[in-house]
Design a protein around this ligand. Structure first.
Ligand code: NAD
Ligand code: MN
Length: 360
């Protein structure tokens, strides 16, 4: 049997209420899968910062790097005002572990009025998020001060993220082919490259050509349809016709915006998972934040975390285990009896977790 070592980083607020659910579903997987799990409890977040002076303690990074195969990250609170010395631990983790892809599936269940089944693959290391900004002071007579930022796009990062998008599209098609075809809304795999190269011909232009080149590799070209969308018209189509999209690949900033926008299509942030993926390492992370308005009430929806747990397993090449978790979640949602308040139900986090564990 295979042993997977998983770091658990609950973070702040409802992160502490939902991450234990991820651990429990891993422990409840049938033994026939031949998987064993070892867990490390790790710290990060604003409370950790207030206690220790570091939002991301060195030990957390070292244990993840040296002792873990993957991790689950809950959510962290950001201070409303800038606090000296504080910066987001998840952004730092992406950098330190070179988690170059942010993958966000957005999917409704079979019984939903509008079927949606897409995944947004966002480049995670560059673009405007290299945070090389500066402010230039000028006298008012010369127009006053201004600020500028570097937008960096490399061929390597663009090619690598497009390759991952292609791999994901192939894997999704494989899963569709092996399950009952009627449950899928896509008959043919599609990868949509998103950019604004009509205006930003060098930066987004490079993203476009490097993505195109990567996706013209024979194993992709023979199996996938590749199309392009300018990002603003992409937003329009995404909201008008979300069912048309399968895999979307985008540079960091557009990917950030598209993936939060797409999450709005499925009703609750409490449903939407993500994974931060690098070579041989993946961190599952629900898309929501620490939700101070419901913290401590025991009603946080655990599904985003459970789906993130499954997504982490997919990137650790445990697709069968992931499929079991997705199926148990879908069964809970399709039945619609035990739902948390964000989905219009009355159930607690604990009741939903127990129902999904039972369905597993
Ligand atoms: P949020 O995601 O925490 O909450 C937005 C709304 O969605 C709230 O009404 C909340 O109750 C609801 N919600 C979120 N997750 C839910 C769940 N699992 N079940 C039921 N309802 C859920 O976003 P926010 O309120 O804008 O931010 C709160 C804090 O979280 C801030 O400090 C913010 O900086 C931080 N934040 C962190 C992350 C992250 O860690 N990745 C992401 C977004 C926000
Ligand atoms: Mn975002």
């Amino acid at each position: 049997s295979r042993v997977l070592r998983i770091g658990l980083i609950p973070g702040d607020g409802i992160g502490r209420e939902v991450i234990p659910a991820g651990r429990r579903i891993l422990e409840a997987l049938p033994s026939s899968l031949g998987l064993k799990f070892e867990f490390s409890d790790l710290h990060a977040g604003f409370e950790t910062f207030e206690k220790t002076g570091a939002a991301l303690p060195d030990r957390t990074v070292e244990v993840l790097r040296n002792e873990c195969d993957g991790a689950l990250f809950g959510a962290v609170s950001s201070p409303t005002k800038a606090v000296k010395g504080y910066s987001s631990p998840i952004v730092a983790l992406r950098k330190k572990l070179d988690l170059y892809a942010n993958v966000r599936p957005v999917k409704t269940v079979r019984t939903a009025a509008k079927p949606i089944d897409m995944v947004i693959v966002r480049e995670n290391t560059e673009d405007l998020y290299v945070k090389e900004e500066r402010t230039i002071e000028r006298p008012d007579s010369e127009g006053g001060k201004y600020a500028e930022a570097i937008k960096r796009i490399s061929e390597r990062a663009s090619s690598r993220i497009a390759t991952m998008a292609g791999e994901i599209a192939l894997r999704r098609q494989k899963i569709r082919d092996s399950s009952s075809s009627s449950s899928s809304i896509h008959s043919h795999p599609l990868v949509t490259i998103t950019h604004k190269s009509n205006v930003l011909s060098q930066t987004d232009g490079l993203f476009r050509t490097a993505s195109r080149a990567a996706l013209s590799a024979p194993r992709f070209a023979s199996a996938l349809t590749i199309e392009e969308q300018i990002v603003d018209s992409m937003v329009y189509k995404l909201f008008r016709q979300p069912e048309a999209y399968d895999v979307i690949v985008a540079p960091n900033l557009y990917g950030d915006i598209l993936s939060d926008g797409a999450a709005a299509l499925v009703g609750s942030l409490g449903l939407v998972p993500s994974a931060n993926v690098g070579e041989g390492f993946a961190i599952g992370e629900p898309c929501h934040g620490s939700a101070p308005d419901i913290e401590g009430k025991g009603i946080a929806n655990p599904i985003a975390t459970l789906r993130s747990t499954a997504l982490m397993l997919e990137f650790l090449n445990e697709e069968d285990a992931a499929a079991k978790i997705y199926a148990a979640i879908d069964a809970n949602l399709e039945e619609g009896k035990l739902l948390t308040p964000d989905l219009g139900g009355k159930a607690t986090t604990e009741e939903v977790v127990q129902d999904i564990l039972k369905k597993l």
